[in-house]
Design a protein around this ligand. Sequence first.
Ligand code: SF4
Ligand code: SF4
Length: 335
Amino acid sequence: MQYTTLGKTGIQISRIGFGGIPIQRIDAAGTRQLFLQMREAGINYVDTARGYTVSESYIGAAIEGMREHFVLATKSMSRTKEAMAKDIDISLANLGTDYIDLYQVHNPTMEQLEQVIAAGGALEALLEARTAGKIGHIGLTAHSLEVFAKALTLDWVETIMFPYNIVETQGTELIHKCAERGIGFIAMKPLAGGALDDATLALRFIASNPDVTVVIPGMADAKEIEQNIAAACDGAPLTEAENAKIEEIRATLGTQFCRRCNYCAPCTAGINIPGVFLMDGYLTRYGLADWAKARYAAMEKTASDCVGCGVCETRCPYNLPIRDMLKAAAERFGK
Ligand code: SF4
Ligand code: SF4
C-alpha cells in the first residue's frame, strides 16, 4: 500500500480509499467483513455521507473496536448553521465515534456556497465543531468547475472532492492548483458512475496523476479490494496500449453520458432516469442488447413516458439534455 499526506490536513492516508456509496446495497455484516479485509490490506481512508442512507451507520458498526485504524470522512448537504450542527452530531452517532477526521460541505451550488459562508451558515457550525474537537478538518465536494474554482480561494477548505476519471478530465488544471496550494484532492466517480467497465485501467489512469491525493472507488469484496490496490498502487506509467484504449473510450463515450448520481430525481412521470440510461448503455456500448431489452421492458415507466416538463434537466449537475437522450433511448428500445 502507498501512503500519502492529505494536503494541509497532514493526515497520512492510503492512496486508495473506500467509497461508501455501494454499501447501501450490501448489509451490515458484509460491511464489517469488508472493513476487516481493508484493515488487513492497509486501506485507511473511508468516505461516506449523511445522504448515503445507511452508509454511515453500517460503517459505524463495521469499525467497532478498530476506529483508530481508519480516517473517517463524511459530508452533509446542510447549508445553515443549525442544520449542519445537527448533521455533525448525527454523523458522530451513526459512525459510533466522538471524532470525525474530515467533514465536508456536500456539493453546494454557487448560491448555496454563499449561504454556507454567510452569517448563520453551515461553516459556523463546522468551525465550532472543529474547536470542540468533534471534527478534525473541513473540506468541500463539488460537481461544477465554478464551485471548484471558488473553493480554491477559501482558506477554510482543506480538501476538495471532484469527479475525475478517463472521460471527465475537466478539473485537471484546478486539481494541479490543489497540489500547488497544499489542498488535498479526492477523486470521486473513478468509473464515471458506472460508464467505465475496465476498473483497472480507470484506476491506473487516475493514479498516474501525481496531483491526485486519493481515489475512492466503491468495493464490495476481497477480490475487488485486491484488484483496486494493484491498479492504484502499481506505479508503472501507462503503456501505449493503455493510452490507446483511453482514447478509444473517450471517442465512444464523449461527454454526454449519465453518471447515475440521481440528482435529477424525482421525475414528474416516475421514470427511473439513470436506470433508463444504464440499460441504454448496455444496449449500445456493451453488447448486451437482449439482456438490456428484457430489463428495460420490465421497467414500470420507460423513456416514452416522459412528459417533457424539463424539471430533471434543471437538477442535473452535468447539464445533460435528458429529454433528448430519453427520446433517443425510447426510439432504440421501441417504447
Ligand atoms: S422532463 Fe421527462 S424525464 Fe424529466 S422530469 Fe419531466 S417527465 Fe421526467
Ligand atoms: S441524468 Fe444527470 S442528474 Fe440524472 S443521474 Fe444522470 S448524470 Fe445524474
